[in-house]
Design a protein around this ligand. Structure first.
Ligand code: SF4
Length: 543
């Protein structure tokens, strides 16, 4: 992060400089840390410029000119989401900033930072990555301006977007830049081209000009674009998705292959300090929350309409080996700041570790592996996870091990989940189990592509019988979403009656937030179900 650190390493320049909207925390829960350590492992000299001041070009010159490229990211989350609430009110806090105060991260950070690095040094390639660029790679609905915008690649005027989990694609990009080769036809990337010539397996999406008008035709085209993206974004396919923007084409190459267990093990064994850079004097709230948590796997095959996790991380589960996870816990216990509690052992969904498609697929076109019912080809065995939980609890120095990542109730209740809820209750709930039924109305849950309310009730009954049996009076904290497409006033009244009957004072009801590239956002904008093209009710105004 500093010239002094470069000098100490004997570097005259960096090969790649990552510019990020988050404070720099060298912990594997932070995207910039993972990418930085990964590139370092591959032999590149990596600099990090965290939360630079867009008004001061010198803050982009602190490490000099990068020899190969800039890697620009808004940070762990979308910069608009970090700046505004679902009611479009400015937030006063930012969990990824020292002291937790909003301020240093600009809105549309990918665009702003790209312009700044271009200004700082001319002629250096700019590669965009992270959640913001990943989910805005196609033409997208922008809730904050209530308009369809062009792909971020066009608006930021960057050279390439690396989307999804970027290790494979970025390794290829850096390798080609070192050899002076063109950055074309790389899996897991989006690029601009003048023609579609020479591309054999291509699917042309409705153009930006077709999906942008806020008319019935424009919205239908947007809905079809969303459906096609969902159906065809699959690492098992070789289909390139093309979308005309004016005179040029946006080409989105197929996703990079999910990382294997061996590759994940290499990444999570890299020498992360697990701490914020020593330059920071104030606590970083997001770090305080996850510092003692352990990631066991990546990916999610739930396919919930409102969620971008599977879209970003992929729908195939990549699990670390048990030995690799345990070795990280041993390292954690040697940290003087560790006090004996592993705060989480999980991933996008805690109980997907070691599960997945028995046919070896990443996904089937447009299908969730869990909705409307569990697919017969899904391996749901929780045995590897249970063994891992027990082994992790037995690591010397670990007094408590909690599971705070989300749990899929239907998976836990499946035959493969036998013993999981009992194990959770006996040792891994820190007083309250946080769970996200999201809604209680069957109609809304269908629009969300989630299991019906009976499954959640069954889970609750099982959980409560376990707490009674073990004499542990744990509470359940439920999370709900209001205003999801498909949710009418009658559905919200049904939810209110449920809460009253069950004497629940919910900790949090999140109003639906239409973030780019989710199916629910397409429903919100178009008022159509992207798969059936039937109208769907949307509570669109603030009132
Ligand atoms: S076959 Fe079933 S488990 Fe496999 S990817 Fe398709 S839906 Fe998922």
């Amino acid at each position: 992060m500093t010239r002094a650190e470069m000098t100490a390493r004997g570097w005259e320049c960096c090969d790649i400089i990552l510019v990020t909207g988050d404070a720099y925390v060298d912990h594997p829960s932070f995207g910039t840390a993972i990418i930085g350590r990964w590139l370092e492992y591959l032999g590149y000299r990596v600099g990090i410029i965290a939360q630079p001041d867009p008004k001061d070009v010198e803050s982009f010159r602190v490490l000099g000119r990068p020899a190969l490229c800039w890697g620009v990211t808004a940070g762990n989350l979308d910069s608009q989401l970090m700046k505004y609430t679902a009611m479009r009110k400015m937030r006063s806090d930012d969990a990824y900033t020292p002291g937790g105060k909003a301020g240093p991260r600009p809105v549309n950070a990918s665009i702003v930072y790209t312009s700044c690095v271009r200004h700082a040094y001319k002629g250096v390639p700019v590669i965009l990555g992270g959640v913001e660029a990943s989910l805005r790679r196609f033409a997208y609905y922008d809730f904050w301006s209530d308009a369809v915008r062009r792909s971020l690649l066009v608006d930021a005027k960057a050279d390439l977007i690396v989307y999804g989990m970027g290790e494979h694609a970025l390794a290829e990009v850096a390798h080609r830049l070192r050899l002076g080769e063109a950055l074309t036809n790389i899996r897991g990337t989006a690029e601009m081209r003048k023609t579609l010539e020479g591309i054999t397996d291509v699917h042309e999406l409705p153009s930006y000009e077709e999906v942008a008008p806020p008319t019935a035709e424009g919205k239908l085209a947007f809905s079809r674009m969303t459906r096609d993206i969902d159906n065809l974004t699959n690492p098992d396919l070789s289909t390139v998705l093309a979308q005309r923007h004016g005179e040029r084409y946006l080409l989105v190459h197929p996703p990079a292959a999910p990382l294997s267990t061996a590759e994940l093990d290499v990444i999570y064994a890299l020498p992360f300090t697990r701490h914020p850079h020593p330059v920071y004097r104030q606590a970083i709230p997001a770090y305080e929350m996850i510092k003692d948590s352990i990631t066991t796997h990546r990916g999610c095959y739930s396919g919930c309409s409102f969620c971008a996790l599977g879209t970003h991380q992929g729908t195939a589960i990549s699990s670390r080996s048990a030995d690799n996870v345990l070795a990280e816990i041993v390292r954690l216990t040697h940290d003087p700041d560790f006090h004996g509690t592993v705060s989480d052992l999980g991933g996008p969904t805690a109980n997907m570790y070691g599960t997945g498609c028995t046919l070896g697929r990443a996904r089937c076109s447009g299908k969730s592996c869990l909705f409307p019912t569990l697919c017969a080809n899904l391996r749901t065995d929780h045995g590897p996870l249970l063994s891992l939980m027990r082994a992790a609890s037995a690591v010397p120095g670990v007094k408590h091990l909690f599971i705070t990542s989300g749990i899929r109730c239907d998976l836990a209740l499946s035959p493969g989940g036998k013993g999981y809820i009992e194990e959770l209750v006996s040792s891994h709930v820190g007083g309250r189990l946080k769970i996200a039924p999201e809604h209680i109305s069957a109609r809304v849950l269908r629009a969300m592509r989630k299991y019906p309310p009976e499954v959640y009730r069954q889970f609750l009954a099982h959980f409560r019988s376990c707490t009674t049996r073990t004499g542990r009076p744990y509470q359940v904290v439920e999370y709900f979403i209001s205003g999801h497409p498909g949710s009418t006033l009658a559905d919200m009244i049904e939810l209110a009656i449920y809460l009253r009957r069950e004497r629940i004072a919910p900790e949090q009801v999140q109003d639906f937030y239409p973030t780019p590239l989710t199916l629910a956002t397409a429903m919100f904008y178009t008022g159509l179900d992207p798969f059936t093209e039937k109208p769907i009710y949307v509570a669109r105004t603030d009132r």
